[in-house]
Design a protein around this ligand. Structure first.
Ligand code: SF4
Length: 331
């Protein structure tokens, strides 16, 4: 499938079927921690990058194949709200199923009333807020020219006023950047103004190809939870688990996920093992098959091996049969 991937299992959204609405990488920001690499050209205008009917057809097909989905999650290889027609898609999905719809966005365009309007039918919206000051916003999120910190906050405050669904703000906690007491207190002050239902703390656990970013220490994570909990409910940062058991073509399913973000080797190994219970030889063969495609490689991030695509946009293998070619030994 071109737009739909997963379902993936996560603490926040349970079994979540992902829908990617954008060509990589279309974004209003250029975050230091971005797993998609540098934003080469900023985008700030909404566009219908792909025909909405084609996306809806894939969602319909995925719903017929996959059972037990908890959320349908719109997300993008960039900023999701750049897709013109997301409101229409949410409305159409709601005609198809009672499964709730979530939208992951950086929130940078919420200052525009027409963008907020598109999201009103979503059951949960998860915008980013990584800084409580203009200086840190510029340092971390590096927005396109013309997008300011005050606009970002105004957009979130206005959206909270108008939106009746669940507003779960994501805060990426970066070691040595926004994890000081001062930065956390600034963040808490802004969160108090926005009044979200909840804050999800997330960590840079996956390698960012462009920048050196570091995990915060456990002491700083606990401190962040303590400070932010004074103004809102905070969810501890927990890693999600991948579930590939319903994939009809394992290699294509894994390609769709790794092309969107790096995947920890341990996490992938566990998910593949669940597809072949008691057949560890098949798990090893699958890993070899991934390397043999030439589309993937293993890289180290803070001592952990991760699967990434070899370059930018991966070539999705035509079929998921086992290859007899020797594996590439890249690491
Ligand atoms: S908002 Fe998301 S896609 Fe855009 S640069 Fe930041 S992390 Fe990357």
């Amino acid at each position: 499938m071109k737009y739909v991937f997963g379902p993936l299992s996560s603490k926040r959204l349970g079994q979540s079927l992902g829908v990617d609405l954008l060509p990589p990488k279309s974004c209003t920001w250029n975050c230091v921690y971005c797993q998609l690499g540098k934003t080469k050209k900023f985008a700030t205008d909404m566009q219908e990058f792909f025909p909405r009917e084609g996306i809806l057809a894939e969602i319909r097909e995925a719903l017929a194949i996959n059972k037990g989905i908890d959320w349908i999650t719109f997300v993008g290889s960039g900023e999701t709200m750049l897709y013109k027609g997301i409101g229409w898609l949410i409305a159409e999905v709601k005609k198809l199923t009672s499964i709730p719809v979530a939208v992951i966005t950086n929130g940078s365009l919420l200052y525009l009333p027409e963008v907020r309007e598109e999201l009103l039918q979503a059951d949960a919206v998860l915008p980013s807020l990584n800084a409580g000051s203009e200086a840190l916003h510029t340092q971390i999120d590096r927005p396109a020219q013309g997008l300011t910190f005050s606009q970002h906050i105004e957009g979130l405050v206005a959206f909270r006023r108008e939106y009746k669904g669940r507003l779960w703000i994501e805060v990426m906690l970066l070691g040595g950047i926004n994890d000081s007491d001062e930065a956390l207190r600034d963040l808490a002050a802004v969160l108090k103004e926005i009044n979200p239902d909840m804050v999800h703390l997330v960590l840079p656990t996956r390698p960012a190809p462009e920048q050196e970013v570091h995990l915060p220490s456990e002491e700083r994570i606990e401190r962040a939870i303590a400070i932010l909990s004074e103004v809102t409910t905070v969810v501890h940062p927990l890693k999600g688990n991948m579930d590939l058991r319903s994939a009809s073509d394992l290699l294509k399913a894994v390609t769709a996920i790794v092309s969107r973000h790096p995947v920890q080797q341990r996490e992938l190994q566990k998910a593949v093992a669940e597809c072949f219970p008691g057949e560890s030889n098949k798990v090893d063969a699958f890993m070899q098959q991934m390397l043999a495609t030439g589309c993937f490689k293993l890289v180290d991030h803070e001592g952990e091996p991760y699967w990434v695509t070899v370059q930018g946009e991966p070539t999705i293998p035509e079929q998921g049969r086992l290859s007899s070619e020797p594996p590439l030994q890249e690491r």
